[in-house]
Design a protein around this ligand. Structure first.
Ligand code: PLP
Length: 381
């Protein structure tokens, strides 16, 4: 009875979902699965943020809000961006249900059939799907040969982009690699963007989760203010995945244009959640520091345990993932990891990086030890 759109036929369900299903099936059979596939912090949302959400609900903040977001949150976001060196005002921000919705709206607003979009591989799975849904063509730049970094000179990116490029997506710190791009690399990105006159999405959702490096905002660089859409969200920094809260910032016409799609699709982000967002942005420094410190300890633990087995992945400077070099057929490896060793990971090919598997260290030290021991016992590392 249904005749499906060409658009929906262009995309596959998310690979992480398939792993999750396999893990659930095993668990339903009573098997203990060490789940290192998840993309969410395992900490509770900070208590004061939860309270702010409850208080807002009790105060009756349960109706629609202005489509682009409540003024106090947009002000707090603009203030945060200014702290990062970005020239930002509250009316240049749209608040969305999650950063994913921000990215979706921006891609839909900028990309037509046949427009060229460049991704830095390995890249988060949903960028590809969003570009395909918009009808865009993908140019993929493989950073795996350079330990997932934008190498000095940016030869690979320079060779991939041209005057036909409409958009480049930069995600630093990166999911899945944890790479944080240096200021010199970002300046190289800027030079290419200006030379070829393309726009850049800077997905900064892991910005708060770094270990001894300070990631810069692309929009703060000379020449980038008018061509950079900065995307960020609350899921990772404040452990708020299920609240669904994110935002994007851009100068010029992009906000009114994207605002049309925003108002005709989601209307607005959830009212009381936006109030909790104000608390998260203004009053969580200690909680964030504690979470980041815990992630740092786990990253070091995972790297030490892997080193004991002779495995030395590139050291991630941010986010909470390690890319483990595995067999060429990483899908078969991940299948074996889940079915035989009962450890859930995500195969690198889901991110455009065959030969790797992504391990998330958003898990307790005990489970991380258990997971890596199982991989070793199963001869998988
Ligand atoms: N961008 C990246 C790189 C991510 O890893 C994620 C979540 O996994 C998102 C965006 C979207 O996050 P959310 O929609 O929860 O804000």
């Amino acid at each position: 009875a249904y005749e499906f759109s060409d658009r929906i036929g262009r995309v596959e369900p998310s690979a992480t979902l398939a792993i999750g299903n396999a893990a659930s099936a095993l668990e339903a059979d009573g098997v203990d699965v060490v789940d290192l596939s998840v993309g969410e912090p395992d900490f509770p949302t900070p208590e004061n943020v939860v309270r702010a959400g409850k208080d807002a609900m009790d105060a009756g903040n349960t109706g629609y809000t202005p489509s682009n977001g409540i003024p106090t949150l947009k002000e707090a976001i603009a203030g945060k961006l200014r702290d990062d060196g970005v020239d930002a005002a509250a009316d240049e921000v749209i608040v969305t249900p999650g950063a994913k919705q921000s990215l979706y709206e921006v891609v839909q607003t900028l990309i037509d059939e046949g427009d060229e979009v460049a991704l830095l591989d390995p890249a988060w799975v949903s960028y590809e799907a969003m570009v395909k849904l918009a009808g865009g063509d993908l140019t993929r730049v493989d950073l795996a040969p350079h330990d997932f970094q934008l190498e000095p000179g940016l030869d690979a990116l320079g060779a991939a982009v041209s005057d036909d490029t409409e958009l480049l997506v930069v995600n630093s710190p990166s999911n899945p690699t944890g790479a944080v791009y240096s200021d010199a690399a970002l300046e190289g990105v800027r030079d290419l963007a200006v030379e070829h006159d393309f726009a850049v999405i800077s997905d900064e959702i892991y910005e708060e989760i770094t270990y001894g490096v300070e990631p810069s905002s692309l929009a703060a660089l000379d020449g980038m203010a008018d061509r950079t859409v900065t995307v960020n969200g609350f899921s990772k920094a404040y452990s708020m995945t299920g609240w669904r809260l994110g935002y994007f910032h851009a100068k010029g016409d992009l906000i009114p244009q994207a605002g049309k799609l925003h108002s005709h699709s989601v209307s607005c982000a959830t009212n009381f959640v936006q109030h909790a967002g104000v608390e998260a942005l203004t009053n969580t420094e200690t909680a964030v520091d504690q979470m980041v410190e815990a992630f740092r300890e786990r990253r070091d633990l995972v790297l030490d345990l892997l080193a004991e087995y002779g495995v030395e992945p590139p050291e991630p400077d941010g986010a909470f993932y390690v890319m483990l070099p595995v067999d060429e057929d990483d899908s078969a490896w991940a299948e074996s990891a889940i079915q035989d060793a009962h450890v859930a990971t995500v195969p690198g090919s889901a991110f455009g990086a065959p030969g790797y598997a992504r391990i998330s260290y958003a898990a307790s030290e005990e489970r991380l030890r258990e997971g890596i021991d199982r991989l070793a016992e199963g001869g998988l590392i």
